[in-house]
Design a protein around this ligand. Structure first.
Ligand SMILES: *Cc1c(COP(=O)(O)O)cnc(C)c1O
Length: 354
């Protein structure tokens, strides 16, 4: 077995999914399980399916291609690049979109393959990432999209708490529902999906039914069991499905402050230090190339993360009750971004347990 290593517990993930899907389904909401945090690994995606998701969704077409053998509808989350239209219609059943040019291209490619590609139109409700911001341009586009033979508009969607940090409320999401109703009436079409965001919408669910809302695209709440508006743990879930193990390569007593004149560190920043006197410093074989140090939480609460560089993580182990030695393994829990970065690094071994 080699290190650094991430361990993925499928049983925990499946249980998380069951709890969250149960909560959503009880409110008439179907869940698209977002697989980007584990780079579309098919074995982990299967745990989503066993847990009851209705779709798989990813922001990268490469990941959807990895999932192609799994028989469940797939959603492309990031607005497609025009240049990847052909792959999108091949490997995704549905994509989120906000540009007529791209949708026209998707329509052409779909027709070439004898398919009809489904579109969820994205509306920007103030978070300022993707989506139509003003309703007039949305309506203008829809008029033209209706003419396209290779695509079908199946609903509206929005994304919040991603760039602007806007927290979803009933009022904000009801705007989307109202807009959908207007579109249905004006163009005499039926829209079957109202996709009300990501894990930051989950906090509204227990007693706050939103008009028409019947779809959520969830990653963090399935993986860590946390709703992401306030960071609360959802009932029946656990946050330790993914752990990181790293190996110690040096243990030495050293002062807390560097010796000499201080310039820039390996990343071009001027470092600052807290003087705690002479401390037991533990050097581990993992670096910023593999993980985000801000996203790591040592299971041993006596350990302090001091920092590190591309290939080294430096810990202070003086307050720990464990007498760490070279070759020992230290274990961490990770935040959502931490898991994303670790799963993406080729240098981190992945072990999937049952
Ligand atoms: C990543 C992503 C999601 C899932 O976000 P979580 O916060 O992990 O639930 C949903 N929608 C889109 C468009 C995304 O890119």
């Amino acid at each position: 077995m080699s290190y650094p290593k991430m361990t993925v517990n499928l049983e925990t993930i499946k249980n998380n999914v069951k709890s969250v899907v149960g909560l959503c389904n009880s409110q008439g909401i179907k869940v698209a399980g977002v697989t980007k945090v584990f780079c579309g690994n098919p074995r982990i995606a299967k745990a989503y399916i066993e847990g009851g998701v209705s779709y798989l969704a990813d922001s990268r077409i490469e990941n959807l291609i990895r999932l192609k053998e799994l028989d469940i509808p797939k959603i492309m989350l990031r607005l497609p690049m025009k240049s990847e239209s052909e792959k999108i219609v091949e490997y995704a059943d549905i994509s989120l979109n906000s540009e007529l040019d791209t949708i026209t291209s998707l329509s052409e490619k779909a027709l070439e393959k004898g398919k009809i590609h489904k579109i969820i139109l994205m509306v920007d409700l103030g978070d300022l990432r993707e989506g139509y911001y003003d309703e007039k341009s949305l309506f203008n586009s829809i008029e033209k999209m209706i003419e396209l033979k290779g695509v079908k508009i199946i609903g509206l969607g929005t994304n919040l708490t991603c760039y602007g940090g806007v927290i979803p409320t009933k009022e904000i999401l009801n705007r989307l529902a109202k807009l959908e109703k207007q579109i249905e009436e004006k163009y005499n079409i039926e829209l079957e999906i109202l996709s009300g965001g990501n894990s930051s919408t989950v906090h509204l669910l227990p007693d706050n039914k939103i008009d028409r809302l019947n779809n959520l695209r969830l990653g963090e709440s399935l993986i860590l069991g946390t709703e992401s508006a306030y960071g609360e743990q959802i009932e029946g879930t656990k946050n330790d499905a993914f752990t990181l193990q790293v190996e110690i390569i040096e243990v030495k007593e050293k002062p807390s402050l560097p010796t000499g004149k201080i310039g820039r560190d390996a990343f071009g920043n001027i470092p600052t230090f807290i003087d705690r006197g002479v401390r037991r410093r533990i050097l581990c074989a993992v670096g910023k190339q593999d993980v985000d140090f801000e996203a790591l939480y040592p299971l041993d609460e006596g350990i302090i993360i001091l920092g590190g560089s591309s290939d080294h993580l430096i810990l202070d182990g003086s307050d720990s009750e464990v007498d760490y030695k070279v070759g020992d393994i230290i274990e961490f829990r990770m935040s959502y971004v931490g898991i994303l970065r670790g799963m993406t690094s080729e240098y981190v071994e992945k072990e999937i347990i049952k």
